[in-house]
Ligand binder design. Structure first.
Ligand code: KDG
Ligand code: MG
Length: 411
C-alpha cells in the first residue's frame, strides 16, 4: 500500500542481549536514516521471538512505509493466519513500538502527543516490597514510602515454605535465580500455608502505615476461584488497591465467582496477548484493572485498543512492569500512561541494572513515585548495539511450582 508521505523501511535488526538479563530488541531503520526501537522480550523464550522476527517478520517489512502503523499491525496480525499467541504478539508489539518511535521522530513530537496529548502531569507507579518475613517486607515498604512511593505491592515468604513468589533469598532477582541452573528452578506451594499467613502481612501493614498508603498484592495465579473469593473477603478490611492474578483465567468466567463474593478490587492480564483474552472480564465488569503490557499485547496500538475498550466499563489500565520488560517497553507504557484517560497505575521495579543503562539510554526519570517522560521526539529511548554486543544472551528459565506432594502447579 502506498500513501502520501513515504518513509520506506530499509533494515530490520533483531538483537538478543543480556545486560543484567535477557532482552530481545528490534531496530527498524528507514531510508531517511530515522530509526525506531521496540521490545520483544518473552521471558524464558527469547530465542523463539528472535527467530520469528528474523525469519518471518523482517522480510515482510522491507520496503513498506513506516508511517503505515495500523496497516502493518493488521498485516502481522490477520496476515499470519494463526493470529494471537505470545510469540506473534510480542513481535507485533516490538514492530509497533518501533514504528511509533519513527513516527514521533519524523514529526518531531513525543509519542504521547501523537496519542492525543497529556491527561496528567506524570505517571503514578507502585513499587515492590518483599521479604523473608513480615517485618523485613514492611521495613522495605517503609524505605520506599520515605522515597516518595505512595503505593506498594507487599509479598512475604510463606512460613514453612522455601521460595515464595517474589521472595528471592540470596538472589538479587529472578534472572539470577534462573541463570544459576540449567533447567527451571522448582519452588513448593501450599495454599493452606499461604492462606494462613497472608492476612497478617496486611494487618501489620495497615497498623504500621495507616490508611493513606495504597497497598496491593500479587497471588500469581495460584488459587482456585472459590479460594480467591475467600482471600478477597479476608483482605477487605485492609482496603487493597487491587488483588492481582488471584486466579489463572484462561477461562474468563472464573472471575465471576470471585467478583460475586468480594469487594476487593481485582487485576489481571500480564500474560494476555490481545483484547480477546480479556474481553469477557472487561465487558462483564469482573475486574477493575487490566494489566496487559505493551510488549506482550501488540505494542502501543494493541494496548491503546484495550485501554479504550476498558474505559467504557470503568476498568483502568495498570500495565505490567516486571524487570523482564526492557526500558523500551517502559517508555512505551509511560507515553500511554501519560495519555490514557483511564490510566490507573504503572508497576515499577526500577529502570534496570547498570549494564542495562549502558545499552538503553532514555529520558525517563522517577520522582516521588512518578515517572516523568522527557520531551525527546518518539519514545525517548535509544539502543546502543555496540554496548549490547558486550552482553551475550544466556539461556534461562522461569521457575516452576509444585504442591508438596509433587503435583505441578501454577508458578
Ligand atoms: O516473567 C514473569 C514475571 O514477569 C512475573 O513473575 C512478574 O508477576 C509479575 C509481576 O506482577 O511483576
Ligand atoms: Mg504479576
Amino acid at each position: 500500500m502506498k500513501t502520501g508521505r513515504n518513509l520506506a523501511i530499509t533494515d530490520v535488526r533483531v538483537i538478543v542481549s543480556s545486560p543484567g538479563r535477557n532482552f530481545v530488541t528490534v531496530k527498524i531503520v528507514t531510508e531517511s536514516g530515522i530509526y525506531g526501537v521496540g521490545d520483544a522480550t518473552v521471558n524464558g523464550r527469547e530465542m523463539a521471538v528472535a527467530t520469528y522476527l528474523q525469519e518471518h517478520v523482517a522480510p515482510c517489512l522491507i520496503g513498506r512505509n513506516a508511517h503505515d502503523i495500523e496497516d502493518i499491525w493488521q498485516y502481522l496480525y490477520k496476515g499470519v493466519y494463526w493470529r494471537r499467541g505470545p510469540i506473534n504478539m510480542a513481535c507485533v508489539g516490538a514492530v509497533d513500538m518501533a514504528l511509533w518511535d519513527i513516527k514521533g521522530k519524523a514529526a518531531d513530537l513525543p509519542v504521547y502527543e501523537l496519542l492525543g496529548g497529556k491527561s496528567r502531569r506524570a505517571v503514578t507507579t507502585y513499587a515492590h516490597a518483599t521479604g523473608n518475613d513480615v517485618t523485613e517486607t514492611l521495613d522495605q515498604a517503609a524505605r520506599l514510602i520515605s522515597e516518595g512511593f505512595q503505593t506498594i505491592r507487599l509479598q512475604s515468604a510463606v512460613p514453612g515454605m522455601e521460595g515464595s513468589y517474589g521472595v528471592m533469598g540470596d538472589k538479587k532477582d529472578y534472572f539470577e535465580m534462573q541463570s544459576s541452573r540449567p533447567l527451571p528452578p522448582e519452588q513448593p506451594w501450599s495454599t493452606r500455608k499461604y492462606m494462613n499467613s497472608v492476612e497478617d502481612l496486611f494487618r501489620q501493614a495497615r497498623a504500621r502505615f495507616g490508611p493513606d498508603v495504597q497497598l496491593l498484592h500479587d497471588v500469581h495465579s495460584r488459587l482456585t476461584p472459590i479460594e480467591a473469593a475467600r482471600l478477597g473477603k479476608m483482605l477487605e478490611p485492609y482496603d487493597l488497591l487491587f488483588l492481582e492474578d488471584a486466579v489463572a483465567a484462561e477461562n474468563q468466567e472464573s472471575y465471576r465467582i470471585v467478583r460475586d463474593h468480594t469487594t476487593t478490587p481485582l487485576a489481571i492480564g500480564e500474560v494476555y496477548n490481545t483484547i480477546w483474552d480479556c474481553k469477557d472480564l472487561i465487558q462483564n465488569q469482573w475486574i477493575d484493572y487490566i494489566r496487559t503490557a505493551a510488549t506482550h499485547a501488540g505494542g502501543i496500538t494493541g494496548l491503546r485498543r484495550i485501554a479504550d475498550f476498558a474505559a467504557i466499563y470503568h476498568v483502568r489500565i495498570a500495565p505490567h512492569g516486571a524487570p523482564d520488560l526492557s526500558p523500551i517497553c517502559y517508555a512505551a507504557q509511560s507515553h500511554i500512561g501519560l495519555w490514557a484517560p483511564n490510566f490507573g497505575i504503572q508497576e515499577f521495579v526500577g529502570f534496570g541494572s547498570a549494564q542495562s543503562a549502558e545499552v538503553f539510554r532514555h529520558d525517563l526519570r522517577i520522582e516521588n513515585g512518578m515517572i516523568h517522560v522527557g520531551e525527546s521526539a518518539g519514545l525517548g529511548v535509544d539502543f546502543d548495539e555496540e554496548a549490547a554486543a558486550r552482553y551475550p544472551y544466556k539461556r534461562s528459565y522461569l521457575p516452576v511450582s509444585r504442591l508438596e506432594d509433587g503435583t505441578l502447579w501454577s508458578w
